[in-house]
Design a protein. Structure first.
Ligand SMILES: Cc1cc2nc3c(=O)[nH]c(=O)nc-3n(C[C@H](O)[C@H](O)[C@H](O)COP(=O)(O)O)c2cc1C
Length: 390
């Protein structure tokens, strides 16, 4: 394969922050907690976004939400994603973030395709109401800018192919003063099906002056270089590709630095990474728990969902897989990892393959009359979520 021709590779500028390599760990609810981010940060540079926090829960000082806003002492910049649908609540939430110095960067989520969210007009349904979208983004930027905290938006192409919003929304966000715009090249109707439309990402890059970040279907470091070459984006956002493969961030740093080596860990090295991941989750949950034993169990429970991703393609029996996905303690994990053959080589046939969610497309649930009311800027009823990370 011939190497893609690359535009000049520069650090990604997000307001006052210079990010090198220009790589963003995508916010993923239930995944990108402080432990997982640390595991990824140990591999390579970039900016690592925390799990989504809802503005309502933050304003109401929901204890679970406040616990979720946790960063490592060496995490720079601290990147927080907010979900909101009401400009006033969003502004209040951003004021809390800046007054309490909770983060150095705020991303706004307009990409969520979950029916519970779009049915109320939130997430990927919201940019359709263009005046509300512009008002909301401006409210966040105005509340963050006195503290010098850059705000970015992350969105999809639109509701479906007949209701695309990304160029108009990107321009509106730019007018509102955002530091960058990230585009996941799918519509809400596509959910996680099909392939991401990198041409749309190129179109947005052409349309905007602020940095544009491309997102969707980067499974390998070389996909990131291909996306940059294809679209001219200023940075890439990686979600599912790093599930069970945090070393992808080492490959990305190598790729953006012009180096050709890529990690192909054998099963022993994968087991060591699994151990490290579980240990970081246990540390995180112990730090947040009154009872340390409970913290260890909760950390191990949180780790369970990652087991299948780590072992994808490796010849490991179903019984051992099942037991690993039921661990309650690190001692149990050590015992089970000890049963793996450390010499088994990496299953190269899984390279470039989708992982994580790949569900089918579907009609987007929207509030009644939503499509006919583009210029209504009233916040949708009941669309603020009380619970973070959903
Ligand atoms: C489990 C999971 C949780 C996600 N949670 C969020 C979220 O909270 N906020 C958000 O903006 N996107 C969320 N996403 C979308 C990702 O950030 C990303 O846009 C999407 O996965 C496409 O990128 P990829 O092809 O690299 O995975 C989530 C995706 C997954 C798979």
């Amino acid at each position: 394969m011939t190497a893609p021709t690359l535009p000049a590779l520069r650090p990604l500028t997000l307001g006052p922050h210079q990010v090198w390599p220009p790589v963003v760990l995508a916010p993923m609810a239930g995944i990108t907690n402080v432990g997982f981010r640390r595991l990824c940060r140990e591999q390579g540079g970039g900016i690592y976004v925390c799990e989504m926090i809802t503005t309502r829960a933050l304003v109401e000082r929901n204890p679970k939400t406040l616990r979720m806003i946790a960063f490592g002492a060496d995490e720079q910049p601290r990147s927080l994603q907010l979900y909101g649908t009401d400009p006033e609540i969003t502004a209040a939430a951003v004021r809390i973030v800046v007054e309490r110095n909770l983060a150095d960067h705020i991303d706004l989520n307009f990409g969520c395709p979950v029916p519970k969210v779009t049915r109320r007009g939130g997430g990927s349904a919201l940019p359709w109401r263009r005046r509300l979208f512009a008002r909301l983004v401006r409210a966040a930027v105005d509340a963050a800018s006195p503290a010098g905290v850059p705000v970015t938006v992350k969105m999809r192409k639109g509701i479906d192919d007949d209701h695309l919003t990304y160029v108009e929304a990107g321009l509106a966000a730019q007018d509102a003063g955002v530091a960058a715009v990230a585009l996941h090249g799918r519509t809400a109707a596509q959910r996680y099906s099909g392939t991401a439309d990198w041409d749309a990402i190129a179109t947005l890059k052409q349309a905007l002056d602020v940095p544009v970040l491309g997102n969707g279907d980067i499974w390998e470091a070389d996909d990131a270089l291909r996306m940059v070459a294809h679209t001219g984006v200023d940075g890439v956002v990686i979600g599912r590709g790093c599930l069970g493969r945090p070393w992808l961030f080492a490959d990305l740093e190598a790729a953006f630095t012009g180096r050709t080596e890529r990690r192909l860990p054998n099963l022993g090295e994968v087991a060591a990474t699994m151990r490290r991941h579980a240990e970081l989750l246990v540390d995180q949950f112990v730090a947040g728990a009154r009872n340390p034993a409970r913290g260890e169990r909760d950390g191990c429970t949180d780790f369970r969902k990652h087991v299948a991703w780590y072992l994808k393609g490796f010849p490991v029996g179903s019984e051992l897989r099942r037991s690993l996905a039921m661990i309650d303690s690190l001692a149990q994990l050590d015992d089970l990892l000890g049963k793996l053959d450390p010499t088994v080589p990496f299953p190269v046939e899984t390279l470039g393959q989708p992982r994580g969610r790949t569900n089918s497309p579907g009609k987007v649930a929207l509030p009644d009359g939503w499509l006919a009311s583009r210029d209504d800027d009233t916040p949708p009823d009941g669309a603020e979520l009380d619970d973070s990370g959903g």
